[in-house]
Design a protein around this ligand. Structure first.
Ligand SMILES: *Cc1c(COP(=O)(O)O)cnc(C)c1O
Length: 304
């Protein structure tokens, strides 16, 4: 009897068969520099619960379930991949969902999809949005079913899920790259590399301006073995800011590989890898693994 109950609790995201293959991409630049670039297609895990958002939610939803919570409450901007992931995962695994959206009421394809997956959206002004636990308490302090999920799925459980991105990969890469927003994903990757003594250096491309706090945040985790580095110079003006060069790069990359990358996260990561290659950052023979965490739907507002 009890065993059955336990099975029910863990019987979801863990048990799905994830498809996130590694593909090599070829560019003249990499041939010239005698390095190789591989892409881990975490974006293919799910169309709406993509990449690191799936990884983060695995343990978060397990925790919600084990506490008998039925209602996921979370936070995001108007184009948040995380809100969409929670909306869809809520629908798939039978939770009701509420999303608090930063800023004035508006409508776009991302929020539209959230609604179609059944998420209740509540818009909050930027000032109030800063204090998320206060918002949660205002609406849900009397609701025993409500479960608080940090913006972006950040936190220990999220990072624990992100470790699994590197599970089962060959220990043959010299560099593993990811984009960095809250820092949760890279903390998971560093944690895994640390524990399994991977030879790769874990490298993060910060996608926002003023990301010095991320350096400190990761240092404070005291990873002893792992080799990691974050790069602050590739944010293109700030979070969600783009440049004509960035968009031209993404278009070129897509047209040469058939792989679309978004303008907020993975486009900046990939452009940074190309810039670093041009500056001879990588030794000959380097094997680079770039993690594509999804977010591609964000491009629908760019490619029209
Ligand atoms: C959320 C997101 C990130 C940022 O991950 P963090 O764990 O917040 O650093 C990167 N890429 C994509 C596509 C995302 O949706």
């Amino acid at each position: 009897m009890e065993k059955g109950v336990i099975c029910l609790i863990i019987n979801y995201m863990f048990n799905e068969n994830l498809y996130a293959p590694i593909e090599k991409v070829n560019f003249e630049l990499f041939e010239q520099k005698q390095i190789e670039l591989f892409i881990k297609r975490e974006d293919l895990i799910h169309p709406f619960i993509a990449g690191n958002k799936w990884r983060k939610l695995t343990y978060i939803l397990q925790d919600a379930s084990s506490k008998n919570k039925k209602h996921l409450v979370t936070f995001g901007g108007a184009y948040s991949n995380h809100l969409l992931a929670v909306a869809c995962a809520g629908a798939k695994y039978h939770f009701t969902t509420t999303g608090f959206v930063r800023g004035e009421e508006l409508s776009n394809h991302m929020l539209g999809l959230c609604r179609w997956f059944g998420m209740n959206l509540i818009f909050v002004d930027r000032e109030s949005y800063r204090n998320k636990s206060e918002i949660f308490d205002t609406y849900f302090s009397n609701n025993n079913n409500a479960y608080f999920i940090e913006e972006g799925g950040a936190g220990e459980l999220g990072a624990k899920g992100c470790r699994e991105i590197l599970k089962d990969i060959e220990n043959e890469y010299s560099h593993v790259f990811c984009s960095v927003g809250t820092g949760c994903t890279i903390e998971g990757l560093i944690g895994y590399a640390n524990e399994h003594k991977l030879k790769a250096r874990i490298e993060g491309i910060v996608v926002l301006k003023g990301g010095d706090f991320l350096q400190k945040q990761i240092e404070e985790k005291n990873f002893n073995q792992a080799n990691w580095r974050i790069h602050q110079g590739f944010h293109e003006g700030g979070y969600a800011k783009t440049s004509p060069e960035l968009l031209a790069f993404i278009q070129h990359f897509a047209s040469q590989t058939g792989i679309l990358i978004d303008q907020v996260y993975e486009g900046k990561m990939m452009k940074a890898i190309f810039s670093l290659a041009e500056e001879n950052y990588f030794k000959k023979g380097s094997k680079i693994l770039a993690i594509h965490c999804g977010g591609t739907l964000g491009m629908l507002s760019v490619v029209k």
